[in-house]
Design a binder for this molecule. Structure first.
Ligand SMILES: Cc1cc2nc3c(=O)[nH]c(=O)nc-3n(C[C@H](O)[C@H](O)[C@H](O)COP(=O)(O)OP(=O)(O)OC[C@H]3O[C@@H](n4cnc5c(N)ncnc54)[C@H](O)[C@@H]3O)c2cc1C
Length: 601
């Protein structure tokens, strides 16, 4: 079997990746298909019939919480909760792709999907990655079975995005046997019924936080009332109060003063799984709105036949295709690096967390891109329903409200944008990626580059590959210019970091869609890959215009006078390309989606 290549994290804009190397949804194996079927059957048969009770939980909170517990037990029986947990602790220890598939395909369950994914993600991974043997033996088997439910309590009233500034304290008792925790944790998903709380506090006035495993039944632990939320109303979100909460010393997770390592490493995977949920919801929104558009008649025709409806359908499907391609490509990268981790080592969890951390930039890109893709898709789905979409009786109303949170939690999209560019530059400064050398090369090459036009011998998507390569060069040049201009003060230039992050994610998005389509062409030929090819042509066509716009804004922010004129002239030349007929491409894609009645590619 061919050895899989381990790519350096955040190096995607530095090298040409062969299409055969990326993991795509077309590569799902029999086990993956089985996971999809199991998840979908569970959601359809067990959760959807109870959706109303969950959604209106305020009418009978006890009943709704009990239902969450029962459903979690069933999910546990089916093996849906232990995918990331080691076999010796009752889990199935499957690959990351399996974990993503559960996150994606559980979304039809609405709020319960969040309960489940929070539990399997940030609500149990602190222990999987950072727990010691005794801690894992004590808690993980019951968590894999769904008997004990987990949650992650980091946010405080005055410490949200600025998580390092938490105020919760921990004081060691005189006999050295336990810590007393004081503080308030806020907006805790699963907070109302979780048994195990992974929380963070500063020990004896230290600057850095420590992670703790707190049981709900410990003395001094209580919960607040449920938040009245815009969406995901069936999920539990509340405060957790720690009032001299008595936590045995054995429940310190990882090392004193190193809780931030736990907190932030867990968020890498949390963000990534959140992206999978976004892809799942987007597909549901497409199926629902396309189905409606085939039924709804105006001016004597189903509304799906109107050009501007087709525009929306094609755009929604194309962005979902790109998001899905990026998601599973990243999943493949992570699985490849995880395969090198010694599964018998005592610190297998920490090694795994470190390996996933290699792709922290890609995880953040997935979070931002997929949540914004879903924001767009959900909004357009409501629009396609017209006034009906605004009413509770129709499914897209809830999707519209529910999706909004994805841009806020697991690190807001603003802070993730700052992180994307910040981490890239840090990796470059540490010498882990040759960003600055490549930026210098791009600076030297760009002035002599010509505008791009399609040519007869490009081959399928050859033109798009050239455009993506051009976008990479533009990005490299701008990164180098920004680093040179601001040096260490770049952290204060958030708008610059944000624009660079926008270009980086467009590059990763375009390339992920492109590589998947090329892999498909290699495997099943051009005809069978027609929709993918059209989606990539459409996406790259539009994304290149966005890249050029971000680049102009960046140059205008960084340069003045003659230097600005000269750089804008170069940019105009190198970002110029012959556009394709987007109207025709969208019509072709939309016709395919309308015929099938759901997302397809
Ligand atoms: C339904 C729900 C469920 C949640 N579940 C959990 C959970 O299970 N566990 C948990 O610990 N937390 C949870 N949270 C909390 C969530 O992670 C925080 O709300 C989020 O991190 C933002 O913090 P904040 O609300 O304090 O906003 P703030 O940090 O006050 O941010 C307000 C605005 O300022 C922006 N901002 C802040 N700092 C910067 C900066 N440096 N640069 C640019 N912009 C900035 C933000 O992007 C945002 O737009 C949940 C929240 C909700 C609403």
């Amino acid at each position: 079997m061919k050895q899989k290549v381990i790519r350096k994290g955040s190096s995607f804009f530095l090298e040409e990746v062969p299409a055969g190397e990326v993991f795509t949804p077309e590569d799902f194996g029999e086990e993956h298909e089985m996971i999809i079927r199991t998840t979908e059957r569970f959601v359809k048969n067990e959760v959807v019939p109870q959706a109303d009770v969950l959604e209106h939980k305020e009418e009978d909170l006890e009943r709704a919480f009990e239902l969450h517990r029962q459903l979690m037990l069933k999910a546990g029986e089916l093996g849906l909760l232990g995918v990331d947990i080691e076999e010796q602790y009752g889990g199935a220890e499957m690959d990351v792709i399996s974990s993503l598939l559960i996150a994606e395909h559980s979304t039809l369950s609405g709020s319960f999907g969040l309960t489940m994914n929070d539990h399997t993600g940030i609500g149990s991974m602190p222990l999987v990655f950072f727990g010691n043997r005794a801690q894992k033996e004590k808690y993980l088997p019951a968590m894999a079975r769904g008997e004990k439910i987990g949650c992650y309590a980091l946010t405080e009233p005055e410490a949200g995005t600025d998580a390092m500034s938490i105020k919760a304290t921990a004081k060691l008792s005189a006999d050295g046997k336990y810590y007393k925790l004081d503080g308030t944790k806020q907006y805790v998903t699963n907070g109302g019924f979780a048994d195990i709380i992974f929380t963070y506090a500063k020990v004896d006035g230290a600057d850095k936080m420590t992670a703790f495993i707190v049981e709900r039944d410990f003395e001094g632990v209580s919960t607040g009332t449920e938040e009245k939320k815009m969406g995901i109303r069936g999920s539990s979100t509340c405060s957790i109060f720690l009032d001299s909460a008595k936590v045995p010393v054995e429940n310190v997770l990882f090392e004193i003063g190193r809780g931030h390592i736990v907190a932030f490493n867990i968020l890498n995977l949390g963000r990534f799984k959140l992206a999978a949920s976004c892809v799942g919801v987007a597909k549901i929104a497409i199926e629902s709105s396309v189905g409606y558009s085939k039924e709804r008649v105006q001016f004597g025709r189903p509304i799906c036949q109107f050009g501007l409806m087709k525009h929306k359908i094609a755009e929604m499907a194309t962005r979902t295709y790109i998001a899905e391609s990026m998601l599973y490509r990243t999943g493949g990268l992570i699985d490849t690096i995880l395969a090198t981790v010694d599964r018998t080592a005592e610190d297998v969890g920490r090694q795994s967390a470190r390996s996933i951390g290699e792709y922290a930039v890609e995880c953040s890109i997935n979070k931002v891109y997929c949540s914004e893709m879903l924001g767009y898709v959900a909004d357009e789905a409501v629009q396609m329903y017209g006034g009906y979409g605004y009413c509770e009786d129709y499914p897209v109303e809830r999707i519209y409200r529910d999706n909004r949170i994805f841009r806020i939690f697991e690190g807001t999209n603003e802070i993730n944008r700052v992180l994307i560019t910040g981490m890239l530059l840090r990796n470059a400064l540490k010498g882990e990626i040759p960003l600055f050398a490549e930026a210098e090369k791009a600076k030297a090459e760009l002035p002599s580059m010509e505008p791009l036009t399609p040519s007869a011998d490009d081959g399928p998507l050859g033109y798009q590959r050239k455009l993506v390569d051009r976008a990479k060069k533009i990005f490299l040049f701008l990164c180098g210019a920004a680093a040179q201009k601001y040096e260490m003060a770049i952290e204060e230039e958030e708008e610059v970091l944000g624009l660079l992050a926008d270009i980086a994610q467009e590059v990763y998005a375009m390339e992920s869609g492109l590589l998947r389509a090329l892999k498909s062409v290699d495997s099943v030929g051009e005809q069978q890959s027609k929709t993918k090819i059209e989606m990539v042509r459409l996406y790259v066509n539009d994304a290149m215009v966005r890249v050029s716009g971000y680049a102009r804004q960046l140059l205008a922010a960084m340069e003045t006078g003659e230097a600005l004129d000269s750089q804008l002239a170069t940019l105009r030349k190198v970002s110029q390309f012959t556009p394709l007929n987007g109207v025709q491409l969208r019509r072709g894609i939309a016709d395919e989606i309308i015929e099938v009645g759901r997302f397809t590619c």
